[in-house]
Design a binder for this molecule. Structure first.
Ligand code: PMT
Length: 437
């Protein structure tokens, strides 16, 4: 994806999907979405070129509009080559306006992204000024708006900019991606750097996702547990946390309030999600006891160790002291215990299996008292543990609810959340402010 494509020759066209390298697995969550990226005139404008790529990796079709100031930092040709689309720059350019009509641009966009957004452009958006093509498109656009400000720290902290940011953030459909702190192009240190591009892409996903889980309080568990033998050794498993993190990310995008209880993993924290770190099964149990009563639903994607060493040595055991057997003690079955108490009211378990067939999954569904169970294989190299993809059969007491074929874990998460959304809507409403006990 790093090579630059030549601008598309021939007649100018409306949005067109960019070429995709065959066989590349991407979350595909922006498939069919048309993003209009407005680049305004700041030094971070060069980063917007890579943002085009990041959005394309999510399968979005990206069109770009540049302010006149932006063209002093980056050229339209760069964006034309990257996006494979004509780039809009001027409102009254001969020929251009008839071919890239600003109203058309505004209408076609599923999401308008301004990155970097300068203090000047934010002020124009805040007050509804429309004196160039990008600001005119922004005013004419009904799609959600993602703003990624980047500027000098003093400009950012100026009360005028802060007022504008507050006004914009309060507007429905606006998602603000806070600038990062660090060394700025002007040499000063402080807030004002363009947010990391993946954060901007995540904001686009939040802005463009349906909000069918708005109001849902969701508890998700993810990752392995580690059961210490001594100060340096532990028992664990191959869970990477990817499945649970995908569930948390996608649920947040769809409007849920998510608490993610995470075993030790090497994944970035999903933005907008409250993360509770745990190590052992008993720490996970304590976190569930704390958060489950206030949740509407639980998804147990964590791979909880069924057994732990019967004792844990505080220091490192000498090799001679290890012996040739390790006495073990059972861990509590966390999902089954919550199932017995009926807390929270909706519970989805996972079953990690190494053989085909539904029997083991149906048995776990009953034993753990959950309404849905996601049956997945963990013995195949392209799904399950540690990879980006999965395949799941969703079961309830009646049998198969849905088959979610091999796809990215985000896609699988979306399929599981569709079923959860349906069942949640059918739940009798709890009295206002009541916890589920
Ligand atoms: O993390 P990844 O690398 O993305 O991999 C994802 C995954 C394969 C770990 C995930 O999709 C998955 O299958 N998670 C559940 C793993 C597991 O513990 O399965 P199980 O069949 O042993 O347990 C059944 C259910 O009981 C699970 O929901 C589990 O969280 C729960 N359980 C298990 C043991 C225990 N002591 N307490 C529990 O609550």
């Amino acid at each position: 994806l790093l090579h630059a494509r030549r601008p598309t020759p021939g007649p100018r066209r409306a949005y067109q999907a960019p070429d995709r390298r065959p066989g590349r697995r991407v979350p595909n969550v922006l498939t069919g979405k048309r993003i209009l990226l407005v680049v305004t005139g700041g030094i971070a404008a060069y980063k917007a070129a890579e943002l085009v790529r990041v959005l394309q990796r999510h399968n979005a079709t990206v069109r770009v509009a540049l302010t006149a100031a932006a063209t002093r930092f980056v050229t339209p040709l760069t964006f034309e080559a990257l996006s494979g689309q004509p780039v809009a720059t001027e409102l009254f350019a001969p020929g251009e306006e008839s071919q890239i009509n600003h109203i058309q641009l505004a209408r076609e966009a599923d999401c308008l992204v301004v990155a970097p957004a300068t203090a000047n452009f934010l002020a124009k958006l805040s007050w509804g000024l429309a004196d160039d093509l990008p600001s005119t498109v922004a005013l004419a656009c009904r799609a959600p708006l993602v703003l990624a400000p980047a500027m000098n720290v003093a400009m950012l902290e100026h009360p005028a900019t802060q007022d504008n940011l507050r006004r914009l953030a309060a507007r429905p459909g606006v998602v603000l991606v806070s600038p990062a702190a660090g060394e700025l192009a002007c040499g000063e240190i402080g807030a004002g750097r363009l947010a990391p591009l993946e954060e901007i892409a995540e904001a686009v996903l939040v802005a463009t996702s349906p909000k069918d889980l708005d109001g849902l309080r969701l508890l998700v568990t993810a990752g392995p547990t580690e059961e210490p033998v001594d100060a340096v050794r532990y028992l664990s498993n191959r869970s990477s946390g990817r499945m649970g993190y995908a569930l948390a990310r996608v649920a947040h995008r769809r409007g849920a309030q998510v608490v993610l209880v995470s075993g030790p993993v090497l994944l970035p924290r999903p933005p907008g999600v409250t993360v509770v770190d745990v190590r052992t099964a008993r720490e996970l149990q304590a976190a569930l006891d704390q958060h489950a009563p206030a949740a509407d639903a639980l998804i147990m994607a964590a791979a909880v160790a069924d057994l732990r060493p019967a004792t844990t040595a505080p220091g490192k055991l000498r090799k001679a002291a290890l012996g040739d057997s390790l006495p073990l003690a059972p861990n509590p079955d966390l999902l089954a215990e919550l199932g017995e108490r009926g807390v929270p009211p909706l519970r989805i378990g996972f079953a990690a299996e190494t053989e085909p067939g539904l029997e083991a999954g149906l048995a776990k569904l009953a034993a753990k008292g959950c309404q849905l169970l996601a049956l997945n294989r963990v013995d195949l190299p392209d799904r399950g543990f540690g990879v980006d993809d999965n395949e799941v059969i969703l079961l309830d007491r009646q049998g198969v609810v849905a088959r979610l074929p091999l796809a990215s874990k985000e896609r699988i998460a979306a399929g599981i959340l569709d079923q959860l959304a349906r069942r949640w809507r059918e739940l009798p409403a709890a009295p206002a402010g009541a916890d589920h006990e």
